[in-house]
Design a protein around this ligand. Structure first.
Ligand SMILES: [Zn+2]
Length: 436
């Protein structure tokens, strides 16, 4: 078993562990077609299909993929370590494969849009400082060129993404703490004790920012390494090669300034033109007839009622006034909003009509789940509005099926997790107001 693919998810999808998010998505679609129980009747196909779905669920979410990618950075227990024949391999940059004392797991994003469709794609991996700079600049340039053209999310996502990349992308604390603790441990096995102390001190900084049990475990591991190597001399901290501003910051910042200057230039150009049309009124006074400042985008105000004017309920439930349709079935769908700290306004859409139509309309409080019961077999998706931000999204389409067996009728049970729309999860797609 490949240590960097512990449960074989990448192998199952037939992609390398450095595959990009779009590569993973298309590999999944291809394999899912081959293994779909409707097409493939071999007895293993159903099990493999399920395994494939599991692999995709983990690898398509940037946070769970980051965790999976770094599972191998576990320090073996002391007992097994004495039988450990092979020297442990250090963490290397997933891009240039070089060993670095300061690797980081980073998630950048890039935005691409096509009119009403906007996709926010994660670009992630373990990077050395140089490769990270390359990825940040590349993602930002792609966003500048291709991100804006979607309405309205292209613009909104592009701005947040450009600033996030400018500040070095997202570096999950717990994952980086684990990565660096492991790297420090590898250096101790190579007798590079001073370096190990410096790296463990970096790990400690990340671990201190985590709040959960796993984070505390990593913190105590890092502290163990530090106390084992304690020489009563101060730790020689590594020069912080990740500090900002770095080269990538200046490159991205210059693009930002150039674009800002160009747009200010084009606004300033307009009054000059009007002056030329009316040369009779030359004025040394500042031109008061300059156009009004651009109107800010209307700010989103959280609605208190659903589209039909009925106030949102105080518990997770169906919203009064909407018919409950597609009820003559057996399937259940659990819509899980427990990952999200915003209430959501949700619609289950049937995709079997043209255009797709809502069949269940309901409301889920932040951190709660809601089960839609007795749904007719068919093809559906779930669309929802994050009520805090106003953002709209939909899930991937899914099938609900029923068939009679000797034991009775078998039906589908589906759980859908709603992530925060800004979280950039690939399984959600932003949609326009018309599609909701
Ligand atoms: Zn590199």
């Amino acid at each position: 078993m490949n240590r960097k693919d512990p449960t074989g998810y990448y192998t199952l999808l037939g992609v390398p562990n450095t595959a990009s998010a779009p590569e993973i998505k298309s590999a999944f679609r291809r394999k899912a077609k081959d293994l779909h129980p409707d097409r493939n009747s071999s007895p293993d196909a159903a099990r493999e299909f399920q395994h494939l779905n599991e692999a995709y669920e983990v690898l398509s979410n940037p946070d769970t993929r980051a965790r999976y990618d770094t599972l191998y950075t576990q320090i073996p227990q002391a007992k097994t370590a004495s039988h450990h024949q092979v020297a442990p391999e250090p963490v290397v940059c997933s891009c240039c494969k070089k060993v670095t004392a300061q690797p980081r797991y980073i998630i950048f994003f890039q935005v691409t849009s096509f009119i009403l469709l906007t996709i926010r794609t994660p670009v992630q991996g373990i990077f050395c400082p140089k490769c990270a700079e390359g990825k940040a600049i590349q993602s930002t340039i792609t966003t500048w060129l291709l991100g804006w053209w979607g309405l309205p999310w292209g613009l909104i996502y592009s701005v947040s993404t450009i600033f996030q990349n400018l500040l070095g992308g997202s570096k999950p604390n717990e994952i980086n703490a684990r990565l660096l603790t492991y790297q420090a441990w590898v250096f101790t096995t190579q007798n590079k004790f001073e370096l190990a102390r410096a790296v463990a001190a970096d790990a400690q900084d990340f671990a201190k920012k985590t709040k959960n049990d796993d984070g505390r475990k990593v913190l105590s591991l890092a502290e163990e390494i530090l106390s084992a190597l304690d020489t009563k001399t101060p730790i020689k901290r590594l020069k912080n090669v990740w500090s900002i501003p770095n080269r990538a910051f200046y490159v991205q910042g210059s693009i930002l300034i150039a674009v800002a200057a160009l747009s200010v230039g084009s606004v300033a150009y307009v009054p000059t033109e009007t002056n030329q049309v009316s040369p009779v009124a030359p004025s040394t006074q500042p031109d008061t007839s300059s156009p009004p400042p651009p109107q800010p985008e209307p700010e989103y105000v959280r609605p208190t009622t659903a589209d039909n004017g009925v106030p949102f309920p105080s518990t997770s439930s169906y919203i009064d006034g909407y018919p409950i349709q597609a009820t003559d079935g057996y399937s259940n769908v659990i819509v899980d909003n427990s990952q999200n700290d915003s209430d959501v306004f949700v619609k289950l859409f049937t995709l079997d009509t043209n255009p797709p139509a809502p069949v269940r309309v309901f409301f889920i409080l932040a951190k709660e789940k809601f089960t839609i019961e007795d749904i007719k077999a068919g093809n559906y998706d779930v669309r929802y509005r994050d009520l805090d931000s106003g953002a709209l999204a939909r899930t991937d389409p899914f099938d609900l099926r029923e068939f009679e067996t000797l034991e009775g009728i078998e039906f589908s049970e589906v759980t859908l997790t709603l992530y925060k729309v800004y979280g950039g999860n690939m399984q959600t797609h932003s949609i326009s107001e018309n599609e909701f």
